[in-house]
Design a protein around this ligand. Structure first.
Ligand code: TRP
Length: 332
């Protein structure tokens, strides 16, 4: 029996390179060794965007199409949508009873979320649902009793809370039913946005997996380099280059990186040429992924079918587990 993996993403729309390098690549690698279950957290989307659901459905499709294009294989992994598994909501009720209030209030991610809401001009009220974010996330993970949760570094605090919630449930009901899940991190360094800040949709500094080559090149040409370098034959400092050299280190080959560094330091290759070259290297690397992405954009019914099959499968397991959980709690 393979060990179980559960992980999810909120349906924020088309995914960017940060998602790919930080999470999806990791998900793809785990598919052979583990029983992988990947889902779209559409209830979690409502914790901040409850008043703007017009694009929710399309966003779910876009996220799954991006996963499929990047190599998440529905023959190996189970792909599903959170809201198609009502058992998760039931487990969320039980866990919200056993989780102390100060555990959720201490959640460091909550503060960031509240900030983003502010940025978007929501009425910036933290709802009951947003406060319960880590409890719902625990329900996602515990519903299938996952051993590992592959996530980006920003989500590790949530997995810690999940371990605490699982342990506390087991203690209260004198059971060992729930596994204490562990995070599984990627080693890849965080990819910054084109302006040097954290890459994110809301910061308008990202490159999407589904961007065309032209758009990708245009975006990279905007990327920040060594601010002290004014003319193209000025001596450059790769280590002061705020974005482009960092991208080279992630996307370039050893030889390319050495060449970029050498010509920059000698002042023999200007930043514009350097960026154009980087764009062509990145476009080459993402060509097969983008072709697949295009295929799924034109065959949405295939994406829908994959979601339905996966959700049916997870729902059957969730219903089995739910019977056991009700019995443990001694529900009617
Ligand atoms: N909070 C995660 C994110 O924003 C998404 C998520 C929801 C999740 N439930 C999960 C991730 C369960 C892992 C496991 O990316």
């Amino acid at each position: 029996m393979k060990q179980k993996i559960v992980s999810g993403m909120r349906p924020t729309g088309k995914l960017h390179f940060g998602h790919y390098l930080g999470v999806i690549q990791n998900w793809v690698k785990l598919q052979d060794e583990f029983d992988c279950n990947y889902f779209v957290a559409d209830w979690h989307a409502l914790t901040t965007k409850y008043d703007n659901t017009s694009e929710l459905r399309q966003n779910v499709i876009d996220v799954v199409a991006d996963w499929l294009a990047c190599g998440i294989d529905p023959e190996k992994s189970t792909i599903y949508v959170q809201s198609l598994i009502p058992e998760i909501a039931e487990l969320n009720v039980y866990l919200s009873m056993t989780t102390p209030q100060n555990w959720v209030e201490r959640d460091p991610t909550l503060k960031d979320m509240a900030k983003i809401m502010d940025l978007k001009g929501n009425d910036s009220q933290v709802s009951h649902g947003l406060l319960g974010y880590p409890v719902l996330m625990s329900a996602d993970i515990m519903m299938l009793n996952a051993h590992y949760v592959p996530v980006g570094i920003d989500q590790v605090a949530h997995i810690e809370i999940t371990r605490d919630i699982a342990r506390r449930f087991n203690n209260i009901y004198k059971t060992d039913f729930f596994v204490e899940p562990q995070p599984k991190l990627t080693e890849i360094p965080l990819l910054c946005g084109l302006d040097g800040n954290k890459m994110g949709k809301s910061f308008n500094n990202d490159i999407k997996i589904s961007d065309t080559e032209e758009v990708t090149t245009k975006k990279i040409m905007r990327g920040i380099t060594d601010r002290s370098r004014i003319k193209k034959d000025d001596i450059g400092h790769p280590d002061l280059c705020e974005v482009i050299y960092k991208y080279w280190k992630i996307f370039g080959s050893e030889e390319q990186i050495a060449d970029v560094k050498c010509k920059c330091e000698a002042g023999t290759r200007g930043c514009a040429d350097c960026k154009r070259w980087l764009a062509s290297v990145i476009n080459e690397k993402f060509k097969p992924i983008r072709e697949k992405r295009e295929y799924y954009a034109n065959n949405v019914e295939e994406v829908e079918r994959i979601i339905k099959d996966g959700s049916d499968k997870v729902r059957a397991q969730a219903a089995e587990n739910m019977k056991k959980i009700r019995k443990i709690i001694k529900m009617y």
